[in-house]
Design a protein around this ligand. Sequence first.
Ligand SMILES: [Cu+2]
Length: 140
Amino acid sequence: MNKINYFFLLSLLVISPTIYAKTIQIDFTPYDTYSIEVAHIDVGDTIEWLPNVDHNVEFLGGPNMNSLPEKSGFNSFYKVNFDLPGVYLYHCTPHGNMGMLGLVIVGNNFHNLKDIEKIKLSPVGKSVLEKLIKESQSNL
Ligand SMILES: [Cu+2]
């Protein structure tokens, strides 16, 4: 292999994770819900939540409970890159008690689902979480 081909292959190896990683956007509906309530993504993908004056994103659980993404501000772009496979649960700080929740399933991996189910929520929140978990598993 000549030198030019070698560097070409090497650069392909370095940049390919960036090429294949996807970004999806989540907006807010007029009904105080996230436009995508159950997001299935691959390890390395990014989610962007669009700015909204009334809503934000606050993570309640994930595969590493000691290192959850920081809570977002209101009316600001928020983006999280997901490097760990597993289930993430988030809510909107002021509307979480009304069931404004979202799930992110990274790499089709449910190993920490039991921990997510143990997270303390309002009765409405619990019922929405149950619904979202069912939905997340029927989409497989
Ligand atoms: Cu909200």
